[in-house]
Design a protein around this ligand. Structure first.
Ligand SMILES: Cc1cc2nc3c(=O)[nH]c(=O)nc-3n(C[C@H](O)[C@H](O)[C@H](O)COP(=O)(O)OP(=O)(O)OC[C@H]3O[C@@H](n4cnc5c(N)ncnc54)[C@H](O)[C@@H]3O)c2cc1C
Length: 458
């Protein structure tokens, strides 16, 4: 039985980086990948969707060319084969880079196949059984498929199969009005598809504040995305060349017929076929591997990193998991998951940059807080760019003067929010940003201005 110092299952965002660090530290490492090197982010998540969003943005701006005094002769036409080819060209170097770097890493053996625990410190892959003192799980997650009657009998799409599309769906029905569904919805509307979003909750991305959900719904509707809220999908069936989705809303039943259905109602960890029971590794009721603040599972010598541990669902949280494990094991550190501050973005246009608590979460704490908001139409940079949708919102603890959270829905919101995030990490008062001189004309120059207008959160 081949024996290693460490086995890593999965080549997502944390596994390959950890393999490099372990090898550098003199360990003999085995890494196992069953499908696409680089995992979700590189192949079917962040990288391809943001590349596709860039194409959709170009189409959108081209349609708005006259707003900028630019003439385009004829209608704007999107070549979906070229859009996909561009996306593939953006993805390929990242995917190939992960694969090549692992396969040429001295001290690291790559196994291509499905890894499965057969005992506490033993993993089977293909015909081999591997043993190691330390095992790191980085198996990620996949699209959750809800038990909707008829769904298994129609050719539905997920974020993964969307990556193969090189044609324009005439009418895309998106099940789920949250982060992934909304990015695809706006993107395909801009490519030229008719798009319907069906969401069970009474508002889009219900985890965000109501004003954020409302603003996003408003700009999607302005682009003629049909948003159906409070709508439960009760059945799906093929009708000739269409797929009919039956919905129940406010006690009434209706049907929407489209050409394609994208299922984007959440994610499930890839842990069901990992033999966790053979190793006694505990999961929660949804299959997420339970870990402590240092990402250790209940079994000594086994760690879980990335989406499969339920402690984050982003590339940066998985990467941060790698940093925590590497720092603690190899650098004598004591880094913890609980040290990190919530931070993520939604890549609609305009994007939403989020850090820390939402306004609703701040209210729930009951602590005295201050709030400031600013509509993007007052931001000169946004006016110059002709992109004035959205607003900025920031919340501060009245007593400590530390920033509690921010929701920046607007031009460059995903970038601008980092000036807030870094000050939060420094545990510095908001006045540090207020007193810093920012560059004109940027969106960031308005953060000090906003902080000068904080009012008590009523
Ligand atoms: C459409 C979409 C858009 C997204 N956009 C963003 C974004 O803009 N920003 C952001 O931060 N996050 C985004 N995410 C989330 C992000 O992609 C993930 O959080 C990130 O990839 C972290 O994944 P991971 O490291 O947990 O593992 P993954 O990247 O999921 O990789 C896990 C790997 O393990 C392999 N594997 C699984 N089981 C086994 C097994 N038993 N044996 C061997 N190999 C196995 C898989 O094949 C896969 O390669 C997006 C996700 C989606 C779906």
């Amino acid at each position: 039985m081949p024996s290693y110092d460490a086995i890593i299952i999965g080549t997502g965002q944390s596994g390959p980086a950890l393999a490099r660090r372990l090898v550098d530290a003199g360990s003999k490492v085995a890494i196992i990948e069953r499908k696409l090197f680089g995992g979700t982010c590189v192949n079917t998540g962040c990288t391809p969707t943001k590349a596709l969003i860039a194409s959709a943005h170009a189409a959108h701006l081209a349609r708005r060319a006259a707003d900028y005094g630019v003439r385009i002769a004829g209608a704007v036409d999107v070549n979906m084969k070229a859009v996909k080819a561009r996306k593939d060209a953006v993805v390929a170097p990242s995917h190939d880079g992960v694969e090549r770097s692992l396969k040429t890493l001295e001290g690291c053996t790559v196994y291509e196949g499905h890894g499965r625990f057969v005992a506490e410190r033993k993993v089977a892959v293909n015909a081999s059984e591997l043993a190691a003192d330390r095992i790191f799980i980085n198996v990620g997650a996949r699209a959750a498929i809800p038990p909707i009657p008829g769904l298994d009998r129609v050719p539905y799409l997920t974020n993964s199969s969307m990556m193969d599309i090189d044609f324009l769906p005439a009418h895309l029905i998106v099940l789920g009005g949250s982060y992934i569904g909304l990015e695809f919805a706006q993107m395909y509307r801009r490519f030229g598809s008719e798009v319907t979003v069906i969401e069970l909750a009474p508002r889009l991305i219900a985890r965000e504040d109501e004003d954020v959900s409302q603003a996003i719904a408003d700009f999607l509707k302005e682009e003629d995305v049909d948003v159906r809220l409070g709508s439960k999908v009760v059945g799906v069936e093929t009708q000739g060349n269409s797929i009919a989705v039956s919905i129940e809303s406010a006690g009434k039943n209706s049907q929407i017929a489209g050409t394609h259905v994208l299922v984007a109602v959440g994610r499930r960890p890839n842990t069901g076929d990992l033999g966790l029971d053979k190793a006694g590794i505990a999961t929660d009721s949804r299959g997420y591997i339970q870990v402590d603040d240092w990402l250790r599972t209940n079994v000594a010598g086994v760690w879980a990193m990335g989406d499969c541990n339920g402690r984050g669902a982003f590339t940066h949280t998985s990467w941060n998991d790698f940093e925590i494990v590497a720092a603690n094991l190899l650098d004598g550190g004591d880094r913890r998951v609980s040290d990190r501050i919530t931070a993520y973005a939604l890549y609609t246009d305009p994007p939403l940059g989020r850090v820390g608590m939402t306004e609703a979460e701040v209210r729930k704490t009951g602590k005295p807080a201050l709030i400031a908001t600013l509509a993007m139409e007052h931001v000169s940079r946004a006016r110059e760019r002709g992109e004035t949708k959205g607003f900025l919102k920031i919340l501060v603890d009245r007593d400590s003067q530390q920033i509690l959270g921010a929701s920046f829905l607007g031009l460059a919101g995903d970038e601008v929010v980092h000036c807030v995030l870094d000050v939060m990490y420094a545990k510095a008062p908001y006045t540090v940003i207020q007193h810093a001189m920012h560059i004109h004309p940027t969106v960031s120059e308005f953060i000090p201005t906003m902080l000068g207008e904080l009012k008590a959160l009523q």
